[in-house]
Design a protein. Structure first.
Length: 232
């Protein structure tokens, strides 16, 4: 049924194959898809990659995951216009789990420099970004909350006073600007808003105390929870 996946953007390739099978009528609205293991074996990919692809399709309302039962195509899955809008989303997307891993590794690598070089103005900038996050969280404006979160992490990079670190941070965050990434991040924020605000508040406090160890622990937890959201 499915072909081996060769592309570096495996998750997008997996999702596109499933979408194509639905569009071609192999799976009609309400049909049960093969198990994660079956899809993984047919495509030659890991089950985690399949889970991430299915999670993306679930957030886009293409499939419905029923715990302990399986994954089923949504009643909207046969809509040709919907499929026409969804396919381009996966064409433009890079594997989000890999971007998250890269962001985590990068921030863990430069945070000690940021702590050593951060000025009082840098701390104020982080506090200002956090204030924006809190105000958007209060009205549940997830899109603007995420924009303020992006600003927070860019300001963390700027605290290093290293132009290369700031430039690379911008590139990594630019990679998360795809429509699929926005949908996934907004869904994550909606389910984990209070915890997300708390995590960023803790980073600010740890920056004030110049506690590199605590910041690293917070970042590891933060990115693990975000990555786990993709495959659970």
């Amino acid at each position: 049924m499915f072909k081996k996946v060769q592309s570096e953007t495996k998750v997008s390739q997996i999702a596109r194959q499933i979408l194509l099978a639905i569009k071609n009528g192999d799976y009609k609205p309400g049909d049960k898809l093969p198990s994660e293991r079956q899809i993984a074996d047919q495509m030659g990919v890991s089950r985690n990659a399949v889970r991430e692809a299915l999670k993306s399709l679930q957030l886009l309302k293409i499939v419905e995951v029923r715990t302990g039962v399986g994954t089923f195509t949504n009643t909207l899955a046969g809509d040709e216009n919907l499929n026409g809008e969804i396919f381009p989303i996966f064409e433009e997307s890079k594997d989000l789990a890999e971007i998250i891993e890269a962001r985590k590794a990068f921030e863990l690598g430069f945070v000690s420099i940021a702590v050593a070089n951060a000025s009082s103005k840098d701390i104020r900038n982080l506090e200002q970004s956090l204030k924006k996050m809190c105000s958007k969280a209060a009205i549940k404006d997830y899109r603007k909350y995420l924009s303020a979160g992006r600003e927070f992490h860019i300001n963390l990079a700027k605290s290093s006073h290293n132009d290369m670190i700031e430039e690379i941070a911008g590139i990594l965050w630019e990679m998360t600007n795809s429509r699929l990434s926005a949908i996934i991040h907004e869904s994550y924020a909606a389910e984990n808003l209070e915890k997300s605000v708390e995590i960023h508040s803790m980073i600010v406090e740890a920056m004030k105390k110049q506690n590199v160890k605590v910041i690293k622990q917070i970042l590891v937890t933060h990115y693990k929870e975000l990555k786990d959201f993709l495959v659970v």
